[in-house]
Design a protein around this ligand. Sequence first.
Ligand SMILES: Nc1nc2c(ncn2[C@@H]2O[C@H](COP(=O)(O)OP(=O)(O)OP(=O)(O)O)[C@@H](O)[C@H]2O)c(=O)[nH]1
Ligand SMILES: [Mg+2]
Length: 366
Amino acid sequence: MFDLFKRKPAAKPATPADPTTDAVPKVPAAEPIVPATAPAPEPLDMRTVVPEPATSASEKRSWRERLKSGLGLSRDKLSGALTGVFRRRVLDDAALEELESALLMADVGIDATAHLLDELRVRYRKSGGNADPRELLRSAFADLVRTLEAPVAIGAQRPFVIMLAGVNGAGKTTSIGKIAKWLQQRRLSVLLAAGDTFRAAAREQLAVWGERNGVAVIQQSGGDPAAVMFDALGAATGRSIDVVLADTAGRLPTQAHLMDELRKIKRVLGKAREAAPDEVWLVLDANTGQNGLAQVKAFDAAIGLTGLILTKLDGSAKGGIVAAIARQHPVPLKFIGVGEGVDDLRPFRADEFVEALLPQEEERLA
Ligand SMILES: Nc1nc2c(ncn2[C@@H]2O[C@H](COP(=O)(O)OP(=O)(O)OP(=O)(O)O)[C@@H](O)[C@H]2O)c(=O)[nH]1
Ligand SMILES: [Mg+2]
């Protein structure tokens, strides 16, 4: 179905003398990127949900197991603090107090904690005082974080451009490597744009991922990251690539000049292909906990986020941050990462997540 939307290989688009200026590059009329005979493009808001390849039951189980072990620290912190509540099975004031401190400790945040406690009170009352607090918490938590669930969709535009940003060391480059493989497994061709031009090591790191997956990497030593992006989109168009993953250098939202550079990268992508980038994702390290929320707000204000990737859940007890984001600054959570392996990054599914974070009693005791 993706072939329907592919552009025919076109001549490499003309590159302006200085692609990093804001001059709009001109495509010669004689060499249109989309030939006149090409099928009419689908409306821009048409979204194509990336299909799941046939996965064996054992593969599914293995992801659930990795997710479960990845969320172990967060689960121990949350469930450990709640054993008394769960054992007594009564939601009285003392239980609500215990719940409050457990949720705050697990980085759920003040706002989401208050919301969850309200929900628990209402649901408990509705049940006539019969409901199990553990089940109530599971369902209220799942309902809250489900609001962040959104399928990864590759629209009709080619090349479809996903730009990634985030603070230093959040996991951008490794996530790109993992997502490249994930997309290839779904029969989408991928090209990587090495927008981190500052460090040779950063380019090499992306090149290694490219090599591992047999994916082209467009890079430049030094120079302007926006120029790399422009070249990458030209190359992707010429090669009929489905998806360009654009890596950027890590930066703090307080570094105004670097945030300006990010805006410029985004602008230049839009000049290389109309309305690009199609997605702008922030990569968040789960260890940053509540500070991650500040990052979401700042990057969203600067470049308009369409998605999040939450990495390193395996090394952190702060999985509750997902609830805080859902409550305070919701942005679709596209992928979650629970390890350094290539298969340790998968789309976020609320039910799976809650199952791993707050398992049912029988499973926990198993
Ligand atoms: N345990 C664990 N480690 C991860 C995960 N995701 C990334 N990492 C590790 O985090 C480290 C930093 O990852 P990078 O991908 O280089 O981070 P980056 O955001 O590209 O860093 P800069 O480009 O320097 O800003 C690497 O050692 C990764 O292997 C994860 O989900 N779990
Ligand atoms: Mg990097």
